[in-house]
Design a protein around this ligand. Structure first.
Ligand SMILES: [Zn+2]
Length: 86
């Protein structure tokens, strides 16, 4: 956790989007090689997904690692051990 997770500049573009990083895998459903990894916010909370971009089949859904910087507004105390009071 660093300060850049807490203070980030105002976006300088008209639209804000996430980068969909190609992972070089093949979709097991449609055999497409257009598979990408990117952050999402779904009913489980913030997650990193690897999805086929042609048929949207999920190849994996994982919790974000610190290097994923997702979500950007994550609490600075998130990684702290809980106290006996909870
Ligand atoms: Zn597919």
């Amino acid at each position: 956790m660093s300060v850049d997770r807490l203070l980030f500049p105002r976006p300088d573009t008209d639209r804000v989007s996430v980068e969909r990083v190609p992972v070089g895998e093949t979709c097991p459903h449609c055999a497409s090689t257009h598979v990408a990894r990117y952050p999402v916010a779904n009913h489980l909370g913030p997650r990193m997904v690897v999805k086929c971009q042609d048929c949207f089949t999920h190849l994996s859904v994982t919790r974000p690692a610190p290097e994923d910087h997702w979500p950007a507004w994550r609490s600075p105390t998130r990684d702290w051990a809980p106290s006996r009071l909870g």
